[in-house]
Design a protein around this ligand. Structure first.
Ligand SMILES: [Ca+2]
Length: 325
């Protein structure tokens, strides 16, 4: 047992160190900044490719519009998907997301080929640290990628914490429920106009594909709560997503803030892939999606989520957990 504990500690210790490089070592292409407007220091353009969500590019310089960021992929690469990540305080400053931009590719930084043209895309949410993915209309093999941001949602200030380029497309992983904490059935109020009925709120509800059904548990003796999902075959994942419950706005403080993600191929030996402590990104809103990149990746069939702490109290609820490769 002791050796097992030490092994887990070492895995956790090294996975903590590896957070930044492994974010870049996912399917994202490692890029460096060629040029872009803005201050050089804390909120300069280089912050969009430093691999850290916590740092951002933020500029408000109308005379420099459109804001042009040029990234160097190091060698020619074919981008099939790209991600724009909102800033650390976009939920407080709700007009800074881009709504019109163009992506171009080049191999000499002089002749540019348009790959994507977004004229009025308002899909980026006013939430902190949210990655929004887009598929360019055209593809080709280019070393340099250029973003021209023409307009933001309001005013002239733009902010982005990261820009990711991908040479593989992210696809959802089909999962089935294996096991989890709680039985989760409860009687509905008998005065409901539908009459008395049983509402299922067991752990299997996070993998039924519906946002209106949820896992809801308040059993302090069973903490930390866990759920295990089966990907069917060994599958590396680049992202996992949590979806808040259908009534989280009315019943706040049920979101997880401290959790661990592990992978296994035998459901006995688990490798820690991600560890979040006091992460308050999930907001008290209904059926909201939150995306996380695991610090480590590996080819595992089973994925286990341990929920160690909630915003407050001991009740946890989530409507879905989804995996992406
Ligand atoms: Ca569900």
């Amino acid at each position: 047992m002791k050796q097992h504990f030490i092994t887990r500690f070492l895995v956790f210790f090294f996975s903590s160190i590896l957070i930044i490089p492994s974010v870049l070592a996912q399917s994202a292409i490692k890029t460096t900044l060629v040029s872009g407007p803005g201050r050089d220091r804390s909120e300069g353009p280089a912050m969009v490719c430093d691999g850290e969500f916590a740092t951002k590019w933020c500029v408000d310089s109308p005379r420099q519009m459109p804001y042009t960021i040029v990234l160097d992929a190091g060698q020619a690469a074919s981008v099939v998907e790209y991600g724009l990540v909102t800033g650390d305080d976009t939920s407080s400053y709700t007009d800074r997301n881009p709504v019109a931009w163009r992506l171009s590719g080049s191999n000499d930084k002089e002749t540019w080929t348009t790959l994507d043209d977004q004229k009025n895309n308002r899909s980026m949410p006013d939430e902190d640290f949210q990655e929004c993915r887009f598929k360019p209309q055209s593809k080709g093999s280019y070393r340099y990628y250029r973003f021209d941001f023409f307009r933001v949602k309001g005013g002239t200030r733009i902010q982005l914490s990261e820009i990711f380029l991908y040479n593989t497309v992210q696809t959802p992983v089909e999962t089935t429920f294996v096991s989890g904490s709680g039985s989760g059935s409860k009687e509905a109020q008998p005065q409901s106009r539908f009459g008395a009925r049983t509402i299922q709120e067991g752990p299997e509800m996070v993998a039924d594909g519906f946002l209106f059904s949820k896992w809801c548990i308040d059993e302090p003796s069973q903490m930390p709560y866990n759920v295990i999902l089966d990907a069917g075959q060994p599958t590396p994942i680049s992202e996992y997503r949590f979806y808040t419950g259908d009534d989280t706005h009315s019943y706040p403080e049920r979101n997880p803030i401290t959790w661990r993600v592990s992978g296994s191929n035998d459901k006995q030996n688990w490798t820690t892939l991600d560890e979040q402590k006091g992460n308050r990104r999930l907001r008290d809103e209904n059926e909201q999606e939150y995306r996380f990149k695991p610090a480590q990746t590996g080819s595992f069939r089973y994925y286990r989520f341990d929920f160690i702490q909630m915003t407050a109290g001991t009740r946890l609820q989530l409507s879905e957990i989804k995996l992406f490769k």
